[in-house]
Design a protein around this ligand. Structure first.
Ligand code: NAD
Length: 502
């Protein structure tokens, strides 16, 4: 160990003014692998100033040229996929193939952003009145900020900055201080792709840096992804300061399993979605709603699959699941397992007993399964963000839908069924932003938007897809007339009347 990760400002590594640092730990070993500088208001100001200075030139660069930088950046991510994945696994703990999948999903947003000349071209209508034409423009807004969580150190930043930058904005990223290295490699690749200095900047840090960023008068828009309390705080604080904000929060995703579902398929999909990435995905399945009399069979199948998963450091070939991100978080998740037991749920699979040989200091917890969970229990109510599945039993689809809709979160959900009618009713009535039908983790592709409802999203627009383009642009609508002999100027005297061009 001994390097300290600094910042990326104006196209180069940049020493911190703040003297504070944080530890970056490999969760599979419990060892500190490097330090990260924790920025203060002056560090954030330096990054925002660089981004402000770069804005005029970048926002007037033709969209086609901006798109070409994105296309090159996509190529470079492909070439560096393994380096990125290795950094993710080292600092986050997820398995290497899972990390590669994350890089792929981030890359797809870059691919989407490479279509910016088409995405940003606005609309045009001729003859909205006699001799009058109208068109709309989607113009860049200025310096945009992104604040991201630990669980997807490449994919989540990529939900934001490729779209923002392609639309002509400049950007300051404040990644999670738990796994900061991948964002520095992304910054280097952007430079190699031809991005002008100052357009993309990275400042590391904690609440101090976040507060400086969301209070900075030159920051025009804030994208946040993280836990619900911080999302709400960032949304309220930045919106009060007049910025546009999208703040994506936590989740409690339900999988509803109907009696007519293929139970082997459903159990396999649910175990993968609940235990994959150690349950640290915002779209992880956390609550399983068994409808009708299938509870016993479903629980038995999920338990068998979970018990067979290989839990090991993420770089061990064949590992299904790595450690949790930190000791504090692993102990918190363990605490939920203790509560579930004392609250009376039936513990079918107990991950607390797991020990990974040679990695006793790692933050491991095995797949855990509770049956007969009721909605009052803390393991049902709270977002656990670990490899813990809770099975709730109900009698009908109506009861299942009512249960999901009563939950304060509304990020993702899935139904497993062989019935088109049940699936249709579910899609129509469920109050959740992203819905899967026999698809356990319905993360939309980059050309659709990603975002939840209720306490899972504060703000009006999702990330990426056209909603991302609208978030990072301001619409201007131009109505124009060019009087000529063919289209005479209207007779004076009618100018006080509300114009009705038609
Ligand atoms: P977190 O809320 O602790 O941290 C997110 C970001 O906020 C980090 O950059 C962190 O430095 C910063 N931060 C932390 N405390 C802060 C404070 N008091 N004031 C200001 N900033 C602060 O989240 P996390 O633990 O890194 O990530 C896990 C959470 O993110 C889970 O709740 C998960 O559901 C959520 N998440 C949601 C989505 C989604 O799309 N809705 C996607 C990924 C993760």
């Amino acid at each position: 160990m001994n390097d300290t990760i600094t910042f990326w400002i104006n196209g180069a590594r940049h020493a911190a003014r703040s003297a504070r640092t944080g530890d970056v730990t490999n969760p599979a070993t419990g060892q500190v692998v490097r330090k990260v500088a924790l920025g203060d208001a002056s560090d954030v100001d330096a990054a925002v100033r660089a981004a402000s200075a770069a804005f005029t030139d970048w926002s007037t660069t033709p969209p086609l040229r901006r798109a070409r930088v994105m296309a090159k950046f996509k190529e470079l991510i492909e070439l560096n996929r393994d380096r990125l994945a290795k950094l993710i696994t080292e600092e986050h703990g997820k398995t290497l193939p899972d990390a590669q999948g994350e890089v792929q999903r981030g890359l797809e947003v870059v691919e989407f952003a490479s279509g910016v000349p088409h995405l940003q071209k606005g609309e045009h209508a001729e003859d909205v009145g006699r001799g009058i034409d109208c068109h709309s423009r989607l113009q860049a807004i200025g310096v945009c900020a992104g604040i991201t969580p630990f669980n997807f150190p490449v994919m989540v930043p990529c939900w934001m900055f490729p779209v923002a930058i392609a639309c002509g904005n400049t950007f300051v990223l404040k990644p999670s201080e738990k796994d900061p290295s991948a964002s520095m490699l992304l910054a280097e690749l952007l430079k190699e792709a031809g991005l002008p200095d100052g357009v993309f900047n990275v400042v590391h840090g904690d609440k101090v840096a976040v507060d400086a960023l969301i209070d900075h008068p030159a920051v025009r828009a804030v994208s946040f992804v993280g836990s619900t309390p911080i999302a709400k705080y960032v949304y309220e604080t930045a919106a009060r300061g007049g910025k546009r904000v999208q703040a994506l929060g936590g989740a409690k995703n339900h999988a509803v399993v109907m009696p007519d579902a293929d139970l082997d398929f459903a159990a396999d999909a649910i175990a993968g979605a609940g235990y994959g990435s150690a349950g640290e995905r915002c779209m992880a399945i956390s609550a399983v709603v068994a409808v009708g009399g299938i509870g016993d069979e479903l629980v038995q199948k999920i338990a068998k699959i979970g018990a067979g998963y290989k839990v090991a450091p993420g770089d061990v070939p064949g590992a299904d699941m790595g450690p949790l991100v930190s000791k504090v978080h692993r102990d918190k998740v363990k605490g939920y397992v203790d509560s579930g037991e004392s609250e009376g749920a039936a513990l079918v699979l107990d991950g607390r007993r797991l020990s990974v040989e040679g990695h006793e200091q790692g933050y491991f917890l095995g797949p855990t399964l509770f049956d007969h969970v009721s909605p009052e229990m803390s393991i049902y109510r709270d977002e656990i963000f670990g490899p813990v599945l809770s099975v709730v039993r109900v009698n009908t689809l109506d009861e299942a839908i009512a249960l999901v809709n009563r939950n304060e979160f509304g990020n993702g959900t899935a139904i497993f069924t062989g019935s088109g009618g049940a699936a249709r009713k579910f899609q129509n009535e469920i109050e959740v932003g992203m819905v899967g039908v026999n698809v356990p983790i319905p993360v939309p592709m980059a050309f659709f938007s990603f975002g939840g409802w209720k306490q899972s999203l504060f703000g009006d627009l999702h990330v990426h897809g056209m909603e991302g383009v609208y978030f990072y642009t301001r619409t201007k609508v131009i109505t124009e007339r060019w009087p000529s002999s063919a289209v005479p100027t209207p007779v004076a005297g009618r100018s006080t009347v509300m114009p009705t061009h038609g």
